[in-house]
Design a protein around this ligand. Sequence first.
Ligand code: PAF
Length: 286
Amino acid sequence: MEIVSSVNELREKIMTWKKQGRKTGFVPTMGYLHEGHLSLVRESKRRSGVTVVSIFVNPKQFGPAEDYKVYPRDLERDRALLQREGVDLIFYPPVEVMYPEGYKTYVEVEDLQDRLCGKSRPGHFRGVCTVVLKLFNLVQPDEAYFGWKDAQQVIILRKMVEDLNLPVKIVPLPLVRDHDGLALSSRNTYLSPDERRAALVLKKSLDLAERLILDGEKDAHKVREKMIELIAAEPLARIDYVEVVNLNNLEPVEKLEGEALIALAVIIGRTRLIDNLRITSGGIEK
Ligand code: PAF
């Protein structure tokens, strides 16, 4: 496994593999890897001839008051994990390589970027789309793997790929949870033991939603209200949003019929956590 940091080195490797006709799987990450990331890597390994992982904490997707500077980073640990998984190449660019002095080009997926997390994190998805499009241009993957944990990100990136006719398939994979049900996130490391216990309220609220829906509740408003009531009873939790939306356009839904996404963001102490449940023709996934 090689680590490259420059565009030229990356392009050289990619060109060699393209000439050999090998299918490229790509897992973009911000590092500090956990089992969620590794599940994406394993799927890429299963489906592709070569697997490329990028590790880049993208400054453009953090707001000025957000955690860019303190976001957890540990290249040595990430490198060992990826080596063990048999990854072919890590792309680990410095900020100046991705955004040289005078950088001016951005990608926006209108409307979808302003909903849910976009309301409290303005500019976040503009940063995500910009970096992901740049990475797609550099890596030229056949398939790129993302976790459903970031459901809005998946939906927005799928739209970007469709609208810009990008020759890459977005492959979303199930969210991975810790033994106690907390959705895995690199940000879980910020939680104190008390906060970590309190953070389980996100999953508990989704469990409640699932029970209500399986018992026949169709009124999205009622499901949402019950979830809010449960979360509000947790003293360390502050709700950013709890929404029941259409799984494709993220518009609020009133009746739970067909596909839907129940998404929430809750601030525990100083850490903002997200989680979700998807209702699809295959059933409820969370
Ligand atoms: O999901 C993430 O870790 C990031 O948003 C991504 C896709 C790597 C872009 O920086």
